[in-house]
Design a protein around this ligand. Sequence first.
Ligand code: ARG
Length: 246
Amino acid sequence: VCLVCALSMLLFGNAPSGMAQEKVYVNGIDANFPPFAFVDKTGKPDGFDVAALDWIAKEMGFKVTHKPMDWDGIIPSLNAKKIDIIASGMSITEARRKEVNFTEPYWKITQVLVAKKDSAATPETAMKDGQKIGVQRGTTEAKWIEENLIKAQGKKFELVYYDSAPLAVEDVVNGRIVAAAMDDAPAKDAEKKKPVKIIGSFGMPDETFGYAVRKEDTELLKKLNEGLKKLQASPEWDVLRKKYEL
Ligand code: ARG
């Protein structure tokens, strides 16, 4: 804060007119998508995407905070201006491009099935008629399975919807569902924390993650792209990958 502004705030309780308050961008995160986004024991947002965006904001000279929220409906929240950025493991898709703009891709992911550690299931036997497969609501994997395996191929397993990937993993552990479909990054994270294992892929094409912004926020998009490029060229990129075990 400049000296005049500080004095003015002291005397009049606000910044001088014409003195714009500095914009703080709000990044909406799914608080249950480790290692890309999560909240720590004290409730503080953390994760690879959170740390990367903090670095980019500092480098590019803007301010950012992180707001945990429901994943399903996060794009409508962005367009309703409740948040300004989604840097939280979001796959870039043509369908989403109709609603938001994405940065350049910064991460490649592959979809996998997670089953109990002692399970003999393969993707083929897990996705058999009458069996239950878990998936996070509002994800590309949910949509792809519905459209391709259930509608087009007529498979008759039951898709069970969860608010987060770890919740689906919980039901794998307690045996309510045979397997859960998710990105490989949260799946590998689950393998480290729970008695589960990746049993393979189910045929969904690979995707990439990008940060999303509102269509009209072209300046912000430019800053994010430039910042991402700088981060990927800096030693910090590998520091963050190691820190979040990616
Ligand atoms: N690939 C999926 C998608 O983009 C999963 C993303 C889940 N990310 C998250 N933060 N929950 O829809």
